[in-house]
Design a protein around this ligand. Structure first.
Ligand SMILES: Nc1ncnc2c1ncn2[C@@H]1O[C@H](COP(=O)(O)OP(=O)(O)OP(=O)(O)O)[C@@H](O)[C@H]1O
Length: 317
């Protein structure tokens, strides 16, 4: 991992003194600067750097209510700590809380949610948990039973993104911060190149996204472009003649979407009809499926009501 990652794997230092304080023994060699640095100085520089990122990019305004997306993993745990610490130290005046999505994965998320509950106490940040079961009527365990292990990441990714937005909206958050780091962003750039997703590619390296949507998202751990992959993503330009998808709202659940139905509703449609592969795959594409659903709905009102058992708009916000 690289600069900006909360969990960069530093090389071991070689018994020298810390190059910053010149007093304590160096504990690690920073991948970015190659400096040998002690634990205390590392914490201090890391926190200062995140503070600078926040200030340089005007990420927040005093009084804002900010949801910290907390998975219980390493990066978001560091994010929760750093956000609460900097908010206190620099008087940002933010109203912070933790927001967790319980995907319903036994033996995985239930464990990490315990970590988030500990963070809640340790950092004194209130916690809101939203679950796939409540939002969509399905846990990931149930989805995997239906669809198998192949493709289940599509469901998880689409539902998680929307669940975070829904949870943040429910809690009246002004912004959502995530622990995405250099590796995550580089991975997203590559995925979007491979998928040919020009619209996402052009915005995935931004430190704040979704400013035109319900809740802007910020990535305070986003490094300045030190990875070539991120740099190339940042330098990406779309020809002015390229037609980009128009942003609208899903006519079923109201979530932001460039299609009539958002991706989560399409996936739910498939799950609830017993045809879980409907919303997946390139061959049919979301346009085609949107069209087919539209045609079916024209022909059968009865069918429409039968799939309304538990839609993604069931959480009130
Ligand atoms: N279930 C969840 N609930 C809340 N936020 C989540 C959840 N899953 C992911 N996130 C947010 O998205 C970020 C990136 O998640 P990703 O799954 O890529 O894991 P990661 O890079 O290993 O981060 P972490 O170590 O925090 O899990 C996380 O840092 C967190 O802010």
């Amino acid at each position: 991992m690289e600069e900006g990652s909360a969990t960069a794997k530093p090389r071991r230092a070689t018994g020298r003194l810390c190059s910053t304080c010149n007093q304590r023994k160096a504990a690690l060699k920073r991948p970015k600067t190659l400096e040998q640095i002690c634990r205390e100085c590392f914490y201090s520089v890391f926190e200062d750097e995140i503070h600078n990122v926040i200030m340089d990019n005007n990420l927040f305004k005093p009084g804002e209510r900010v949801a910290v997306a907390a998975s219980g993993g390493k990066d978001s745990t560091v994010l929760a700590y750093v956000m609460s610490e900097l908010n206190r130290r620099h008087n940002y005046g933010l109203n912070l809380f933790l927001l967790s999505v319980d995907e319903g994965i036994t033996g995985y998320r239930d464990d990490s949610l315990e970590t988030v509950k500990r963070n809640e106490i340790e950092y004194g940040l209130p916690l809101k948990v939203v679950s796939y079961k409540d939002l969509y009527g399905w846990t990931m365990d149930e989805i995997v039973k239906t669809i198998g292990l192949k493709n289940n990441c599509t469901f998880c990714g689409v539902f998680r993104r929307q669940a975070l937005d829904r949870g943040a909206a429910l809690m009246k958050a002004d912004k959502l911060v995530t622990g995405h780091n250099a590796d995550d962003i580089a991975e997203t750039v590559l995925l979007n190149i491979l998928r040919g997703d020009i619209a996402r590619l052009s915005r995935c390296t931004f430190i704040t996204t979704g400013e035109d949507g319900p809740i802007p998202r910020c990535k305070p751990f986003k490094p300045r472009a030190i990875l070539d992959i991120i740099r190339s993503g940042e330098n990406f330009r779309t020809a002015t003649s390229t037609k980009m998808p128009e942003q609208g709202t899903c006519e079923r659940c109201g979530y932001i979407s460039s299609q009539k139905l958002c991706k989560a509703c399409l996936l739910l449609e498939g799950l609830n009809r017993g045809l879980p592969k409907l919303g997946i795959g390139r061959a049919r594409g979301t346009n085609g499926l949107n069209k087919r659903i539209e045609q079916r709905n024209l022909h059968s009102e009865r069918t429409e009501s039968s799939i309304e058992s538990k839609q993604c708009g069931t959480l009130d916000f």
